[in-house]
Design a protein around this ligand. Structure first.
Ligand code: MN
Length: 314
């Protein structure tokens, strides 16, 4: 907890663009915790919800947060991200009051001291659960369900290498409070996550997509997590064409699509752009026709971004 509220203004709690389940449930759960400590707080979203998150909100009967189009001039609490490149428009001109996150420290600058809590755990939901416990604020059944969903989604039901002992403990506590079997519920989430269904190539590439600013260039990395990777891989030609279009439109020197097989713990990657050799070198792999195999790779954040960043910044 962050002490007594100092100001009366409304705090907008917002996660990253292309919101995923962890980002959305973290905003909702943290707004409840802030309200419990007397602060005027509202959870908002920085984009459209994905089908998995829609499923989670429906399951626990929780309304979708309002869309925040521009953060300029607003008091903001950033959850689940702390870099401008992933933030809603206007964040440079917002008053960032707090950061709660599980990604490495990024480029946010503030004019005043703020409360920051960043921990190397599997989800922002994990940190927020601990904040409730530390504050002695009861986590009701719905909030437990939401937080559990964020945790299970981000850690691929505790299978991702980003999973820590803290996540395992918190998952157990939340599952009990939510009254669900987390293995079973986790499988349900995975099946929603991996519903490729009627998605267009553009939706597959940009549905879970992050941009990274490295040495004055912007690199884009999308990820499709699925239990049916063949349904994505068989569309390779169209996907590569679309990636080339997107790369050109946005001026990326490198655009990567990770197709992660959640059951086999394996990723196939497509890469396009003038710096695609760099991807090959950084990931110590060999590309064949714009495609590389990355056995054991599940996490963009932990296994793909660090070597690439080193290559671009080094
Ligand atoms: Mn997260």
């Amino acid at each position: 907890m962050t002490g007594e509220p100092e100001e009366e203004e409304k705090h907008y709690i917002v996660g990253h663009k292309q919101p995923d389940t962890d980002t959305i449930v973290s905003a909702i759960a943290y707004s409840r915790l802030q309200e419990a400590s007397g602060r005027d707080a509202v959870a908002v979203r920085a984009g459209d919800l994905n089908p998995e998150t829609e499923f989670v909100l429906e399951k626990f009967d929780v309304d979708e947060p309002e869309l925040l189009e521009d953060a300029s001039g607003k008091s903001v609490i950033m959850v689940d991200h702390n870099v401008y490149s992933q933030a809603v428009e206007g964040m440079e001109d917002a008053k960032v009051r707090q950061v709660i996150d599980h990604h490495r420290l990024g480029d946010i600058e503030t004019s005043e001291p703020i409360y920051v809590r960043i921990e190397p755990v599997g989800s922002t939901a994990t940190i927020i659960t601990d904040m409730y416990l530390e504050a002695g604020v009861e986590i009701d059944r719905k909030t437990s369900g939401l937080l559990l969903s964020g945790l299970l989604s981000d850690t691929v039901v505790l299978r991702s290498p980003t999973t820590t002992d803290v996540d395992r403990r918190v998952a157990g506590e939340l599952a009990e409070r939510a009254g669900v079997d987390y293995e079973e519920y986790g499988k349900e989430i995975l099946s929603k996550k991996s519903e490729i269904g009627e998605k267009s190539p553009r939706e597959m590439i940009l549905g879970d997509f992050k941009e990274y600013d490295w040495s004055g260039e912007t690199v884009g990395i999308g990820q499709v997590e699925t239990v049916e990777p063949e349904k994505v891989l068989e569309q390779k030609e169209t996907l590569i064409d679309t990636m080339e279009d997107i790369g050109e439109e946005r001026g990326y020197p490198l655009l990567v699509l990770l197709i992660t097989d959640l059951l086999e713990e394996h990723t196939e990657a497509f890469a396009v752009g003038k710096e695609k050799d760099r991807f090959e070198d950084a990931l110590e792999t060999e590309m064949d026709d714009s495609q590389a195999s990355l056995p054991g790779v599940m996490s963009r954040k932990k296994q793909v971004v660090p070597p690439l960043e080193e290559s671009f910044q080094g």
